[in-house]
Design a protein around this ligand. Structure first.
Ligand code: SF4
Length: 75
């Protein structure tokens, strides 16, 4: 894929989303804990979300994905 300004923006957005998802799982969906995280040894610390904006949507998506897995296991 050719590196263009738009592709780069998309990749950065995707990266931020992945980090936010990892942080949400790490804190068991406690947004305030992510913002206040003090574990500076974590490689994601520098890139973690600093505000709650957009995180509620991610929580919904994560829970939908987990629900799908849960249903698949029980069928
Ligand atoms: S930055 Fe903090 S909240 Fe995010 S994964 Fe690391 S330890 Fe967990």
């Amino acid at each position: 894929m050719k590196t263009t300004k738009n592709n780069l923006k998309k990749e950065i957005k995707k990266f931020k989303e992945i980090v936010a998802m990892k942080c949400l799982v790490c804190t068991k969906y406690q947004i305030k804990e992510i913002i206040l995280c003090e574990i500076k040894g974590c490689p994601l610390w520098e890139y973690r979300p600093r505000q709650a904006r957009g995180l509620y949507t991610l929580i919904k998506r994560l829970k939908q994905k987990n629900l799908g897995l849960y249903e698949a296991k029980n069928n």
